[in-house]
Ligand binder design. Structure first.
Ligand SMILES: [Fe+2]
Length: 208
């Protein structure tokens, strides 16, 4: 799918549990980034090869759970970019991210959003033109990841809900009735996103 100048390829890589990896590509500069390389690495390599000249910029991890980083070492054989992650992410990485940091990419920025709840080291990546947000195991389509309810509620209310409706939600697993959806739609249909009271959220999390 083409979102503004950035092409986002959602890759059904299988893996541990219907995982998604993502390739972001800006044709003008060749800038490319991978989010959570995992599962079937051949699918990722093929996607990269269809882009033309690629300038590997970043490998971005959404959190430290092994199913999201299982392909990092293998992809570095053909995608030589530094691994960036939350400071508490146990996977070896070149650089620690900071909350709200902006990573230059093509003609825009990838904004780093710390989103604790599913894990302490959870990070979402937001394109600065409000075309996409990569949510890992924090926000799924119509659901959310297993979590500490208090922290996740704060993340949903203060970090994700305020984002513009136009952002497409690209999550870490193919768990929804569709593989991706607009955040504006999810604000209407996903209780973990629209619930406004902590007590209600705690009850909803028990159903996960
Ligand atoms: Fe996870």
């Amino acid at each position: 799918m083409k979102t503004s100048e950035i092409i986002v390829k959602q890759l059904k890589v299988g893996g541990f549990d219907d995982n998604f990896s993502y390739l972001l590509y800006h044709a003008g500069s060749g800038d490319a980034a991978l989010v959570d390389p995992c599962g079937d690495i051949q699918i990722i390599e093929t996607a990269i090869n269809t882009c033309g000249i690629v300038e590997p910029r970043y490998i971005l991890l959404t959190h430290g759970h092994g199913d999201h980083s299982s392909g990092v070492n293998a992809v570095r054989n053909f995608f030589d970019a530094p691994v960036l992650a939350h400071p508490h992410n146990p996977f070896p990485h070149e650089r620690d991210l900071h909350d709200r940091e902006k990573l230059p990419f093509g003609n825009l920025d990838i904004e780093v959003l710390f989103t604790p709840g599913h894990s302490e080291d959870s990070v979402c990546y937001h394109l600065s033109d409000d075309s996409a947000v990569f949510t890992g195991d924090t926000l799924f389509i119509d659901c959310c990841g297993y979590c500490k309810p208090g922290k996740m509620f704060k993340t949903m209310r203060e970090v994700l809900y305020p984002l513009n409706d136009s952002n497409i939600v690209y999550s870490g697993h193919n768990y929804g009735h569709v593989p991706f959806a607009a955040l504006g739609e999810q604000k209407q249909t996903n209780p973990y996103l629209y619930i406004k009271e902590l007590n209600e959220f705690i009850e909803a999390v028990k159903k996960l």
